[in-house]
Design a protein around this ligand. Structure first.
Ligand SMILES: *Cc1c(COP(=O)(O)O)cnc(C)c1O
Length: 398
């Protein structure tokens, strides 16, 4: 049934299970355990739990299952495992698939915590990681080896918004027998379907656009039924990164409006980019939806030309100008979430990427003047006006 539905229908009805009461809105099953009719039934369920047979909420729960099925239907993936946060999804996807002695190739430009897992955690367990410029397919080709087990990248890199060619990297990785794990947070499942493009596992921080209202932490790992239930689930359910039923309920309601929200946010992002590009306070403006983005052809192929909900601004006056800009904003909040209904501005060099050594910041384009703007669902004209006014104020510091 779900197969024939278009995106918005899947987001509203996908995965729904109703109790005997026939409730319209999804029920929250705030229970950690489940009762068996008999000792024999308990034994049978522990031997092999069928669909919609639950044992313990760390393994699965009806509300969590609704969320997993709804997001899987959206992504076009066979199955999904919901996790406590985006990082539980990233680290779970990597550690469930890898063992000591494996080789990994990863894009260099990553969310700070993803970088920590790849640089610090995997190394401690004997996994070797080679970092490449994710936008350069030649570097992927050169780095992948016979013993490469897995490749990892963010489909749009945080915070500099380079786009990775999912199909191109998947072709290179698959030729070497490696598994492709894509973090698709910035692109959202609305703008690019990483599974269809060749990713074997797709991970999301549901904390971002999927909640979209700044309420919960959550994540999800999507892939084939065989990998999700055979490899990911045993690892996740025994190591404890499960999603709470309450979080799953919040995220189910978030999914209902995901398509509407991210399209409105992307419209505002494009309007903003067009309105302020070329402003004298700016050394650089990056938005994948602009014709001027260096990977515009790829954005057209991979994201239907939609540039997502985030714009990167590099202020010519460096950190002082970036701080003046942030402190002048009245509608856009200074914070570090993204994908939220509220527009949010972040200064990566002093917050999300503060930990990185200076040289690494330079290599990643995280300059002192860089500001990441996540556009919300406020009135576009108000937000553009707020940003333009703050740029005018920052322009004095060139
Ligand atoms: C936020 C984020 C994560 C981590 O998600 P949490 O829900 O904060 O754990 C991972 N990858 C990317 C690209 C992110 O933006």
């Amino acid at each position: 049934m779900t197969k024939d539905w278009n995106t918005r229908t899947r987001l509203v009805h996908g995965g729904t299970r109703r109790s005997q009461w026939g409730e319209v809105s999804e029920a929250i099953f705030l229970t950690q355990g489940f009762v068996y009719d008999s000792a024999e039934a308990a034994e049978a369920r522990f031997q092999q739990a069928g669909d919609d047979e639950y044992i313990y909420a760390r393994y699965g729960n009806p509300t969590v299952r609704m969320f997993e099925e709804r997001i899987a239907a959206l992504e076009g993936a066979e199955d999904a495992f919901a996790t406590a946060s985006g990082m539980a999804a990233v680290s779970g996807a990597l550690t469930s698939m890898l063992r000591a002695g494996d080789h990994v190739v990863a894009a260099r430009a990553l969310f700070g915590s993803c970088l920590y897992v790849l640089e610090e955690v995997l190394a401690r367990f004997g996994v070797e990681v080679t970092f490449v410029d994710g936008a350069d397919l030649d570097q992927w080709r050169a780095a992948v080896r016979a013993d490469t087990r897995l490749v990892f990248f963010e489909t749009i890199a945080n915070p500099t918004l380079e786009v990775v060619d999912i199909a191109g990297v998947a072709e290179i990785a698959h030729a070497a027998g490696a598994v492709v794990v894509a973090d698709n947070v910035f692109a959202t499942p609305v703008f690019s379907r990483a599974v269809e493009l060749g990713a074997d596992l797709v991970v999301y921080s549901a904390t971002k656009h999927i909640d979209g209202q700044g309420r919960t932490l959550g994540g999800v790992i999507l892939g084939t039924r065989e990998v999700i239930r055979g490899t990911v689930e045993p690892y996740m359910k025994h190591t404890g990164g499960a999603m709470s039923p309450f979080t799953a309920w919040v995220l189910l309601k978030g999914l209902e409006t995901l398509d509407l929200r991210v399209r409105a946010q992307a419209d505002t992002a494009l309007a903003l980019a067009l309105a302020v590009q070329g402003h004298p306070a700016l050394a650089r403006l990056v938005y994948p939806g602009l014709d001027s983005h260096p990977q515009h052809g790829l954005v057209t192929r991979q994201m239907g030309g939609r540039g997502g909900t985030v714009v990167a601004l590099d202020l010519a006056g460096g950190q002082a100008a970036a701080f003046r800009f942030l402190n002048t904003l009245e509608i856009v909040l200074i914070s570090n979430n993204l994908g939220d209904a509220k527009s949010i501005a972040t200064h990566p060099a002093t917050t999300t990427h503060q930990r990185l050594p200076e040289a690494q910041k330079v290599a990643l384009g995280i300059t002192p003047g860089l500001v990441r703007l996540s556009l919300g669902i406020e009135d576009a004209e108000d937000v553009v006006g707020d940003v333009a006014r703050a740029l005018d104020a920052a322009g004095d510091l060139r």
